[in-house]
Design a protein around this ligand. Sequence first.
Ligand code: UDX
Ligand code: ADP
Length: 464
Amino acid sequence: MSTSIKNICCIGAGYVGGPSMAVIAAHCPNLQINVVDRNKDRIDAWNSISLDDLPVYEPGLKTIISRFRGINLHFSIDIEKHISEADMVFISVNTPTKVKGIGAGQASDLKWIESCARQIGTYAKGSTIIVEKSTLPVKTASTIKTILESYVLGNNTDESKNKTFSILSNPEFLAEGTAVEDLENPDRVLIGGEDKNSILVLKDIYLKWVDEEKILTTDLWSSELSKLISNAFLAQRISSINSISALCEVTEANINNVSKAVGMDKRIGKYFLNSGPGFGGSCFKKDISNLIYICNHYGLSEVAAYWEQVILINKWQQKRITRIIVDKLFGTISEKKITVLGFAFKPNTNDTRDSPAIHICNDLLEEGCFLSIYDPKVNENQIKKELSQSENSNSLDISTSLYEAAKGSDAIIILTDWEEFFNIDFKKLSTIMRAPSWIFDSRDVVDQEIAKNFGFKVWKLGNG
Ligand code: UDX
Ligand code: ADP
């Protein structure tokens, strides 16, 4: 028999914590949910009166926030209070790749997880279920457990003696841009853990809107590993198709035809076979790097090398695109104006973490061009922040409209498949760009026959 709970605290009000708690709040009116974060600006943004100022842009999110915020969904910086009142604490904090020290470039930096465990150890009261939501290296639960035990064992106050913790792994599989839809209709919900009662408590929450057969319960380690492997498999498909896009270009085949034909085999499936400028986002590279690190740690160097290739092809694809652009523009883009359309790592999100656009823009700036960038949802500060490492970041202009960005430029490069870019007015564009005007389409959004009729030279990725 599961024990029902009344109060949830989620540590981390980011791309995962915010939307996932909003959807739980929408389905569980009897639960009070407090999303806490130590970043006050972020919490203020979640509490902002104008729903256009929420820190995360996701279709459908505004509506949920407007209905449940202040009712059973709250955003706060009072971490201590909300952990101490919670029956269940979700950990949804960032776990980026370590940038220095042992495992730099591959291992996850768990300092935020560790600080969460210490906060929970200090403030939690009575029995608390801890739920890992962030993607974590396998066996992180045992790190959390060891830290939490230190707050109970050897601590003789009555309050400490009454503290008990149970740890569950419940990885989030949502993709950005479709977060609300993915949370509402998940392919599966995975719950890993040792304590059967805690598993049932969490399962009861999901049963409010998810069919029982979609809720999979496993041991802790399988659950943690499954999340990492799901992301690795998805990224592997993208690198596979991107490697073939180059082959299509030199053999006069068409990558879309190949993708379609291959994907119609139901053993392969049609999803995630779109070639493009490589995968970005906060998860794929980080998770594969982590997988490589774990494999090497356990002496599985061949397995590590296999997955390493997925990342190498991704980098190669981005470098390859820049080389083609320079080559087509007579071998130099120095002092030419290049317009980049799309900076987010995919459409329908304002997230730019590890976006292919960052790497491609840096390489283009390195070649000495003047870059003009337009993205419908990513603001100027964010783009400038991402490109601030470039020595040439002063050769940069951020526009608020596609046509303003394109004015006087020699080439347009499409890096994100925003809806707006499917409806470009080529007639208008042809009058404002410098001829010969090029369109480099890495996301298959342009109808090249129409563009060519207006005098454009067109390069499409994977199109021989
Ligand atoms: C991913 C996983 O899909 C999700 O399950 C997990 O929880 C988090 O990581 P996300 O990073 O939000 O989600 O986006 P996703 O839709 O997977 O796209 C990742 C990258 O791959 C994007 O840059 C996208 O443009 C690229 N991509 C995706 C392709 O290039 N081709 C495709 O066919 C699909
Ligand atoms: P994700 O995409 O995984 O949601 P984000 O970076 O968008 O990652 O969000 C993670 C959030 O977690 C950030 O807003 C960060 O301030 C917050 N955070 C990290 N560590 C802690 C902590 N120990 N206590 C409270 N908030 C934290």
